[in-house]
Write a protein that binds this ligand. Structure first.
Ligand code: NAD
Length: 260
């Protein structure tokens, strides 16, 4: 379905981004990976997912908190892949503290990586998408893009901002073949959440398994984690022709979190 398209997924060396990359590759899209840490294993995984289609997989290590590096990544995509057809803004970090204790540099980093990076990739990707009259932009927000939790002021502000940014750019492109939407996951068991589970276990003096059950029980009625593959399949749906008139939505996949 996506043969000949190129998907750039930020923060795709791990977790949700890697799940998105795998599912898009399985539909035949070439993939440009981005993120920190080991690159060889995720690259091999995505190549295998798209093997039947003979896809290409590239990588650019731009730090998403740095606009100049984002510009270099977009230039790499144009030079090596002829541009970006599917842009998934997924890179994100978390820090948990009450506002009066929130480190200023953590606030700045969360706003830069979780929000401003999507502004930069979009402003650079939209002109070529408009010219082709086809494009898909998928911003990975969060249930925290729609409701708040204590201790997550920067994350909640960034994710609410990302949902607003999504709506605005969706309106700007509404008469074109470019769609812009946000996906809002509930809890997904990735390294980002594993850290929060371990911190909860230590704080409450309970086992990691009990902390995991407690974390789900507080917010996610299904008591099951959403998986990166399920989120990847939602991204595939948004890239299909059925997604042509899905515009400016903040689509939650959250085990019932937002229904409460
Ligand atoms: P993760 O920690 O597994 O992956 C984060 C990815 O971003 C990694 O590839 C990492 O290398 C990359 N990254 C971090 N800082 C970066 C930077 N400065 N520049 C480039 N890449 C960077 O986390 P995850 O849980 O897969 O989170 C992915 C996205 O999903 C984030 O935006 C997160 O807010 C969002 N999200 C996660 C959950 C969850 O429960 N895990 C829920 C809702 C939303």
């Amino acid at each position: 379905m996506l043969n000949g398209k190129t998907a750039l997924v930020t923060g795709s060396t791990s977790g949700i981004g890697l799940g998105m990359a795998n599912q898009l590759a399985a539909q035949g899209a070439n993939v440009i990976l981005n993120g920190f840490g080991d690159v060889d294993a995720p690259k091999a995984e995505v190549l295998a997912a798209g093997k039947a289609h003979g896809i290409r997989v590239g990588y650019h290590g731009a730090d998403m908190s740095k606009p100049a590096e984002i510009e270099a990544m977009m230039a790499y995509a144009t030079a090596e892949f002829g541009g970006v057809d599917i842009l998934v803004n997924n890179a994100g970090i978390q820090h948990v503290a009450n506002v009066e204790d929130f480190p200023v540099e953590k606030w700045d980093a969360i706003i830069a990586i979780n929000l401003s990076s999507a502004f930069h990739t979009m402003r650079l990707a939209v002109p070529a998408m408009r010219a082709k009259n086809w494009g898909r932009i998928i911003n990975v927000a969060s249930a925290h893009g729609l409701v708040a939790s204590a201790g997550k002021s920067a994350y909640v502000a960034a994710k609410h901002g990302l949902v607003g940014l999504t709506k605005s750019v969706a309106l700007e492109t509404a008469t074109t073949g470019v769609t812009v939407n946000a996906i809002c996951p509930g809890w997904v068991l990735t390294p980002l959440v594993q850290k929060q589970i371990e911190a909860k276990a230590e704080r409450e003096g309970v086992s990691v398994e009990d902390a995991q059950r407690g974390l789900l029980g507080e917010k996610q009625p299904s008591l099951q984690f959403v998986t990166p593959a399920q989120l990847g399949d939602l991204a595939v749906f948004l890239c299909s022709s059925a997604g042509d008139n899905v515009r400016g939505v903040a689509w939650n996949m959250d085990g019932g979190w937002l229904a409460q």
